[in-house]
Design a binder for this molecule. Structure first.
Ligand SMILES: Cc1cc2nc3c(=O)[nH]c(=O)nc-3n(C[C@H](O)[C@H](O)[C@H](O)COP(=O)(O)O)c2cc1C
Length: 351
């Protein structure tokens, strides 16, 4: 049986478990990543960050570069299509304190692909390798790439492109073996992951449809991948990460669910501000409260409340025992403000 508690590494970066928390746009904020680390993820990843946004010093984009001292090892994921601008962005990612820079060669969303970024790069291996080489040359931290199987259904392009990316300097590859055309339909075809593992001599991370300890062990054994990546199964469900790493299936109590949700909510407000956080958090209420046997109406009531203070009050009213748990958790976890690393001066330095 594969042991997900075995440490491994990408270049010089040591990773304590074989579970990687997936980059997810609109989900993978610092609060999500820090909680993921507490529940057993060995490596966490930011959502994709726009190279053009960094280049133009977009304030919201720069916010994605904020790293907390207790989330290492951490990858910050970059998307773009201009090798020079991306190399400059990668330098900033390194200066911001990331352990790895991950390149997004898999995003299927039109807004991204029409700019020549994301999964379209799988159709242009020469340009994809230029990007990797340019970034590997610019930074000392390892460069990794996350890819889909190809643009169109049935594509096997990842097997032709993957080894070229490694030759260009990629220190690890993550494969989500669906096509861009598939988006999230159908299933991830990990037979391709197995083929990719056989073709490259760097660690391969298997992404797609891994929801349980059994799934994870099965994929690791079948493919020879170094680690599994977990995305949707971890949304509002840090207990799934614990189960995937440890194999102990433990349904959290109502108090635990509320306590983790409240800590997450407070962290999100600190990170994003009340206004952005209250919109961002709405999808998380349904996800978290899928545990702890909460009635459906309760989740619907939370979504329409005006402030996160009111949400907290309702949550504590539904599970008063959670108050003590939150106090205990917050005493153990350093406050976000105290652990967030300052952004490098160069980010504000124009140029
Ligand atoms: C809401 C959402 C946002 C995502 N955003 C990103 C992203 O920013 N970068 C990326 O490489 N993959 C992104 N993905 C893909 C995931 O990282 C992962 O490869 C995919 O969901 C398959 O894994 P899963 O079955 O464990 O969810 C996203 C997926 C979801 C569901």
């Amino acid at each position: 049986m594969a042991d997900l508690r075995e440490p491994w590494s990408i270049g010089p970066v040591g990773i304590p478990t074989r579970l990687v928390l997936a980059p997810m746009a609109g989900v993978s904020v610092q609060a999500f990543r820090r909680q993921g680390r507490r529940f057993g993820a060995g490596l966490v990843c930011s959502e994709m960050v726009s190279s053009a946004g960094i280049e133009h010093r977009n304030e919201r984009t720069l916010g994605y570069l904020r790293v907390a001292s207790d989330e290492h090892p951490l990858a910050i994921q970059l998307f773009g299509s201009d090798p020079f601008a991306m190399a400059e962005s990668a330098r900033m990612i390194e200066a911001a304190g990331a352990d790895l820079v991950d390149l997004n060669f898999g995003c299927p969303v039109r807004k991204v692909t029409k700019t020549g970024a994301g999964a379209t790069l799988l159709d242009d291996p020469a340009h994809a390798t230029r990007i990797v080489a340019s970034i590997a040359d610019a930074v000392d931290i390892p460069v990794t790439v996350k890819l889909r199987r190809g643009m169109r259904d049935g594509s096997r392009d990842c097997l032709a492109v993957g080894p070229r990316l490694v030759d260009a300097g990629a220190a690890a590859l993550t494969l989500h073996p669906r096509s861009a055309q598939q988006m999230y339909t159908g299933t991830a075809d990990h037979a391709l992951t197995e083929e990719l593992v056989a073709l490259v001599d760097v660690p391969v991370i298997a992404s797609g449809d891994i929801c349980s300890h059994t799934d994870a062990c099965d994929v690791l054994e079948r493919t020879g991948a170094a680690a599994v990546m977990v995305g949707r199964a971890a949304q509002g469900n840090p207990w799934a990460l614990e189960e995937i790493v440890e194999g102990d299936d433990r349904e959290p109590s109502r108090e635990e669910v509320v306590a983790e949700l409240v800590v997450f909510l407070r962290e999100a407000v600190r990170e994003l501000g009340e206004h952005r956080a209250s919109g961002f958090l709405k999808k998380f209420y349904g996800w978290y409260l899928g545990h702890g046997r909460f009635p459906r109406e309760f989740k619907q009531q939370l979504v329409v409340l005006d402030s996160t203070d009111e949400v907290e009050a309702r949550l504590f009213a539904a599970a008063p025992g959670a108050l003590g748990l939150v106090e205990r958790l917050e005493a153990e976890i350093p406050a976000g403000d105290a652990v967030t690393l300052p952004l490098p001066i160069s980010i504000y330095g124009g140029g």
